[in-house]
Design a protein around this ligand. Structure first.
Ligand code: OAD
Length: 260
């Protein structure tokens, strides 16, 4: 399945509610769930100071993510695309996991079965200590050869704006799934498994407009999971999840760990 965006904005968000009123219910589900899946987006790292893609600070030199994170953009102007990733790398290199990342690690420690699916590419979940995770859109600290496909970790900041493969010399690209590209089959399969088997799905800090991840809440709900969204703003999913909590991830996710 390919990555694609959908500009649709929510028309009604009737089930969004102040956090306090439904925390008890969510904590009850957390306490009894045998299988927990968490889906995060760029908003999970907003409280660490990493800009999201669609927020007010989402533009870079007047370019939108959708115009830069594409194979066409890279083919046309690889230097420009690398400059954008260099800007993000420089920013992310100075950032630390926040309280929400750490609370997700604690959820993983407590849950009988747990899987984290993230669209975030900054690596902060891994830095925080999450282990059972799929970085479905890739990782900004990895590079891939455009010729031989070798994947390597590269933490250079800044990285050369036209980096070359140490094995074959061809141009390297970020190891990120761009718009129009397919998620790895193994990641999609793992997502399908953990979405269908979970009792509880937490959807945190994602605008819910980029597919296939935007369809994951519906898959879990249809399979019988209780679905909770945490976001500072309403999203297109807010009216179809079981509980939509509005607020910052760093404030709300740790509160879920409190006893019932
Ligand atoms: P977006 O930038 O589209 O959305 C970020 C979401 O986080 C928005 O819904 C915000 O309201 C929410 N948010 C912001 N600050 C928050 C906070 N402190 N606490 C909770 N929520 C907060 O990011 P994604 O949904 O991840 O793809 O976007 C999906 C994909 O599109 C990204 O993975 C990226 C992008 O282009 C690639 O780079 C391939």
């Amino acid at each position: 399945m390919r990555l694609y965006g959908d500009a649709a904005r929510p028309e009604k968000t009737g089930q969004s509610m102040a956090p306090g009123s439904h925390f008890g219910l969510v904590r009850q589900h957390l306490a009894t769930a045998r299988n927990i899946t968490v889906l995060t987006g760029a908003g999970i790292s907003a409280d660490s100071g990493v800009p999201t893609f669609r927020g007010a600070d989402g533009l870079w030199r007047h370019h939108r993510a959708e115009d830069l994170a594409t194979p066409d953009a890279f083919e046309r102007d690889p230097r420009l695309v690398w400059e954008w990733y260099n800007w993000r790398r420089e920013l992310i290199a100075t950032k630390q996991p926040n309280a929400a990342h750490l609370a997700i690690v604690e959820l993983e420690r407590r849950a009988p079965a747990f899987w984290l699916v993230t669209q975030s590419v900054d690596g902060l979940h891994r830095d925080a200590g999450s282990r059972n995770l799929s970085e479905i859109h890739g990782n900004i600290w990895k590079v891939r050869c455009t010729a031989c496909n070798a994947v390597d970790e590269n933490r250079d900041v800044p990285i050369s704006t036209l980096p070359s493969c140490s094995q074959c010399g061809a141009l390297l690209r970020p190891h990120i799934v761009w718009f129009g590209e397919s998620l790895l089959a193994a990641d999609l399969e793992q997502c399908s498994t953990v979405l269908r088997r979970c009792d509880l799905l937490l959807v945190i800090g994602t605008s819910g407009v980029v597919y296939p991840a935007a369809g994951f809440a519906a898959v879990a709900k249809e399979a019988g999971a209780f679905v909770v969204e945490i976001n500072v703003d309403p999203t297109p999913q807010s009216s179809s999840v079981d509980v939509s909590l509005q607020g910052r991830a760093k404030d709300l996710v740790p509160l879920l760990l409190d006893p019932i």
